[in-house]
Design a protein around this ligand. Structure first.
Ligand SMILES: *[C@@H]1O[C@H](CO)[C@@H](O)[C@H](O)[C@H]1NC(C)=O
Ligand SMILES: *[C@@H]1O[C@H](CO)[C@@H](O)[C@H](O)[C@H]1NC(C)=O
Ligand SMILES: *[C@@H]1O[C@H](CO)[C@@H](O)[C@H](O)[C@H]1NC(C)=O
Ligand SMILES: *[C@@H]1O[C@H](CO)[C@@H](O)[C@H](O)[C@H]1NC(C)=O
Ligand SMILES: [Zn+2]
Length: 337
């Protein structure tokens, strides 16, 4: 199979399934796990994990594990977390099923609780079914695929329903944190009109003053428009952040040396520790959006609430510095409107 991208459109997923002789897109999930594993970035363990999920809108999303030398292991991103963040970055409203290369760890079983009706999410572990090669898959009828509900992996779960009201929006569900930057956004709205941030999470190399400026690493000429774009992208990510437990939403926007903007939203877990910090979420946006080596990231903006009890500023600064030493890092504060 060709190098898969991290997001596959519904139509393309259908035709991939057809061309492989598979009876449904559900069968495509296990078939894409191994190609997904090849995209993992685990320089510490060299243990490649791939996860492939079917979104409720028919798109197929990939997730991989990420590890960061020089940082505690708890800064790693697991493939299942990457997968859900990839859906969130691309505004997919739900996930139906996922296939993953190895049994999800306890931390991921917990993280998956943030989804509505998480107990019925269907999971398939490909390492437990080595017979599921594409040729074997096309013999299988849909019903006989060995998917099992998340409730079988985590019995007696602790989750959002223990802490939140029934109608509180969960991960991937539409919500707006209603944030506004302190100091005003006039300059931002002006630039936003000219450079609408695309809804797929990536802004293609945009124009600055009508000409394409190729920012080179470490020599980001400070342009007001570049800053404004990153700020609005980070604010938008913070607006979409799933932080119902602390009420401290935040978001990060990154710019690469070609001027592309990527972003990601902080995602909290009811169990706190498995929460995914906003820089990691933005790196998911970066990798899923085709970003290469981290050293190509030249600017990063974090937006979080002023006086927040949960703040990412210090760790995010260290983290960004480590993965891309010449990257410029800025923080802007916001408040609820
Ligand atoms: C995770 O790492 C941070 C440093 O990056 C550390 O302060 C924190 O205590 C760690 N948390 C856990 C649960 O190990
Ligand atoms: C969640 O489950 C309830 C009860 O089975 C159902 O009514 C509802 O439509 C489900 N919601 C989603 C988003 O699947
Ligand atoms: C953030 O949310 C508020 C309230 O809904 C909205 O007014 C503002 O335009 C949003 N900002 C961005 C950048 O999405
Ligand atoms: C920007 O610069 C990089 C590094 O010099 C180069 O590889 C890339 O092709 C350039 N991109 C554009 C759009 O000029
Ligand atoms: Zn895990």
């Amino acid at each position: 199979m060709d190098q898969p991208r991290f997001v596959i459109s519904a139509a393309e997923a259908e035709s991939m399934a057809q061309s492989l002789g598979l009876p449904s897109v559900l069968h495509l999930l296990p078939a894409l796990v191994q190609p997904a594993q090849e995209l993992a970035r685990p320089p510490i363990s060299n243990y490649h994990v791939g996860a492939v999920g079917l979104g409720s809108d028919g798109r197929v999303f990939l997730g991989v594990n990420l590890e960061f030398p020089g940082f505690p292991l708890n800064q790693s991103v697991h493939a299942e977390q990457f997968l859900l963040t990839n859906l969130a970055v691309h505004r997919c409203p739900g996930i139906v099923a996922l296939a993953v290369s190895a049994a999800p760890c306890g931390h991921c079983r917990q993280f998956l609780q943030e989804l509505r009706n998480s107990s019925s999410l269907q999971l398939l572990i490909t390492s437990e079914h080595p017979n599921l090669s594409p040729s074997a898959l096309n013999q299988n009828l849909e019903n006989s695929l060995p998917f099992k509900p998340l409730s079988e992996f985590l019995t007696s779960p602790f989750g959002p329903s223990d802490l939140l009201a029934e109608d509180s929006p969960l991960l991937l569900e539409t919500h707006q944190n209603g944030l506004s930057l302190i100091g005003g956004e006039d300059d931002i709205h002006q630039s936003a009109e000219n450079h609408a941030i695309s809804r797929n999470g990536v802004t293609k190399g945009f124009d600055l003053d009508g000409e394409h400026k190729n920012l080179s690493n470490g020599f980001c000429h400070d342009s007001g428009k570049k800053d404004a774009l990153l700020r609005i992208a980070a604010l938008e990510a913070a607006n979409l952040s799933h932080a119902p437990y602390s009420n401290c939403p935040s978001g990060v926007a990154l710019m690469d040396c070609e001027g592309k903007v990527y972003r990601g939203s902080y995602i909290e877990s009811a169990a706190y520790n498995p929460s995914l910090p906003p820089v990691q979420a933005a790196l998911v946006g970066y990798i899923a959006g085709g970003g290469g080596g981290y050293e190509r990231i030249v600017a990063a903006v974090l937006v979080e609430k002023v006086g927040a009890k949960v703040t990412h500023e210090d760790i995010a600064r260290l983290f960004v510095k480590k993965i891309s030493p010449k990257c410029e890092f800025r923080v802007f504060h916001c408040h609820s409107i």
